[in-house]
Every structure is written in C-alpha cells, then in structure tokens.
Design a protein around this ligand. Structure first.
Ligand code: DGY
Length: 323
C-alpha cells in the first residue's frame, strides 16, 4: 500500500522528523526558510497532509487551489491565524493545532519579558556589552518592583492562566483579567483573580499588561493609541501572543512620549521584519518569537502533529481539531 504523503514546511527537531520518516512519505523543506505561495500550492496538490507552521500563510488561494489533494492541515503551533479557517471549512479541509504542550514555556517567556522590562534588563545588558558600564551607582537603572503588583491579562486561556500562576504564587502579584468567554470559577478562585468588564478597565488598573488573545482581524490593533493612553505611565506591556494585536506606531509613541514605562515583545506586526522605530528604543526588551522554543516543547509539538495526522488517517477524530 502507498504511504500517506506529507509535506513539512520547515525543519523539525531531529527526533520527530525521524518518527515522521518511519510512518510517512515525507517531503521536507530542507532550506528551512518559508516556502513560497507557489510551492505551498504545489504541496496542496501533491500531498495528503500539509504540516505548516506560524511562518506559513495558508491563504484562501492556497486552500482553493485546483486539484487539491491535501485533506488535513496539521499546524505545528497552537496559534492558527496563519491559516484561513473559513476557506478550510468551506473546502472540507480539516485543521489541527498543538495546544497544551507549549503552555508553560510560553508563559515563562512572558514572565521573562515582564521581569526584563520592569528591571530594565535589556538596557543594562547593552550597557555592559558596549563597555559603557562604569560600576555600581545608587541611581543607576532603577526599575520597578514586581512583587505585589497587579498583572492584567488580556485573554484568559491556558497560557494566560499559566503566567497568572507563576506571577501570583511566585511573585505575590494580584491578577486581573479580561476575556469574552466564561472562565473556570475554580481557576479564578485559586488565583484570587478579578475579572474586568472591559479591556479599558484592565488597562487603567494594571501595573503590567500581558496579551494572551488570538491574533487575526478580530483583535488587530486592539492595543491602539487610545487604549495605550489609558495605561499608567509606570506600566509595562508584554506581548507573547501575536504582533498585530498591538499597533506598533502607537506603541513607539507610547514608549518615546512616556505614556507607559516599558514593553517586552516576543512577537511583531509583519515579523520577521520589525518596525525600525522599535530598534532605537531604550525601554524595550525584544525577543525573536521564542515562546515555545525549548527542546522539550518543540519535540512535543511535533508529537502532537503526528498524533493528529495518525488519528485522521486511521479514520478517527484528531484530538486537536480546530476546523
Ligand atoms: C504558536 O504555537 O502559536 C507559537 O506562536 C509558536 O511557538
């Protein structure tokens, strides 16, 4: 019997690539740079499953390609705003993602950015590396204390809750959140968290704001000029979710004109290109989208993709089906 053919758009950790090779006829993108739209269309015509990731825009055009053979798009990532879900639904193409396995590591990066921003760590490191550090001084690089402060979470899904646990249990932070859906009352109680009726209320109250909502048209520029102006001048904004939730131009103004004290970003509008204005700021910590970048997590993400396609090709419902 012919093996199922899968196209993997980027390199995966060796262990999960090896597992894929044992089970499937695998076409790998050896260059490990994003595939062109043309190459993705071709993959849709020649493979049974497409295994893309956040760097691949799986547009309506790609999904609607003539003579499509792909029946399942199994995303290597929890966020799936890179895939046109409506087009997939219309064409009957099943879509899966990789939830759960990256929750803690992404929440760690959110905490890391919160601490870096509060304690001006990026600025301090630049000072040391550039040879400008002249030694300890009582007024040098004074940041803000984190313990006991209020953390405002925009979105209250798995990653937000994991961050809230670290912040509340580890740093004694008060947790407030805003989310459209009804949160689990047991988790709210565990964290002694308070729900804000509006994003505006949360922004006014929090010392640290961390974004954990999905990207895409519904949340594009949710953090715009008007909302950033509601934050405390001493507040910090953390984004490990999706870049387009924050209006970069507005954030640059907020950081240069002192509407807020600092920001920590792991994701960017239009990444990997960065708004040049972000590069000259002192009060910002920048990371290259490494939320889930640990050995353990990336292997686990590959294993979730494998489980999802194995279920599908055995006639079962994949556990992580999103469309
Ligand atoms: C995801 O899975 O959505 C991340 O952004 C990639 O780590």
């Amino acid at each position: 019997m012919n093996k199922v053919k899968v196209v993997v758009t980027r390199r995966w950790p060796a262990q999960v690539e090896a597992e894929l090779h044992k089970l499937y006829d695998v076409q790998l993108n050896d260059s490990d740079s994003p595939m062109s739209a043309e190459a993705l269309k071709q993959a849709m015509q020649t493979a049974d499953a497409l295994l893309p990731t956040v760097t691949d825009a799986i547009t309506e055009d790609i999904i609607n390609v003539e003579n499509r053979r792909v029946k399942i798009i199994a995303n290597f990532g929890v966020g799936y705003n890179n895939i046109n879900i409506n087009a997939a639904k219309q064409q009957g193409v099943l879509v899966t993602n990789t939830p759960h396995v990256l929750t803690d590591c992404t929440a760690d990066i959110a905490m890391l950015l919160l601490l870096m921003s509060a304690r001006r760590a990026a600025e301090g490191e630049k000072m040391v590396l550039s040879g400008q550090w002249q030694g300890w001084a009582p007024t040098q690089l004074l940041g803000q204390k984190v313990t006991g402060k209020t953390l405002g979470l925009i979105g209250f899904g798995r990653i937000a809750q994991a961050m809230a646990r670290k912040a509340h249990h580890g740093f004694g932070m008060k947790i407030i959140f805003n989310v459209p859906s009804d949160p689990d009352p047991a988790i709210v109680e565990e964290l002694q968290a308070q729900r804000c009726a509006t994003v505006e209320e949360l922004l006014t109250e929090a010392h640290f704001v961390s974004i954990h909502c999905p990207g895409g048209p519904a949340t594009k520029h949710l953090l715009n000029e008007q909302r950033l102006k509601l934050m405390r001048p001493s507040a910090h904004l953390i984004n490990t979710a999706r870049g387009d939730v924050v209006d970069s131009e507005a954030l640059i103004k907020a950081l240069t004109q002192g509407w807020i004290a600092g920001a920590g970003l792991d994701v960017f509008e239009g990444e990997p290109k960065l708004h040049p204005g972000l590069l000259n700021l002192k009060n910002i910590a920048l990371l290259p989208h490494i939320g889930s970048a640990t050995e353990e997590t990336r292997v686990a993400m590959g294993q979730r993709v494998l489980a999802n396609i194995a279920a599908y090709f055995s006639g079962l419902e994949p556990e992580d089906r999103v469309a």
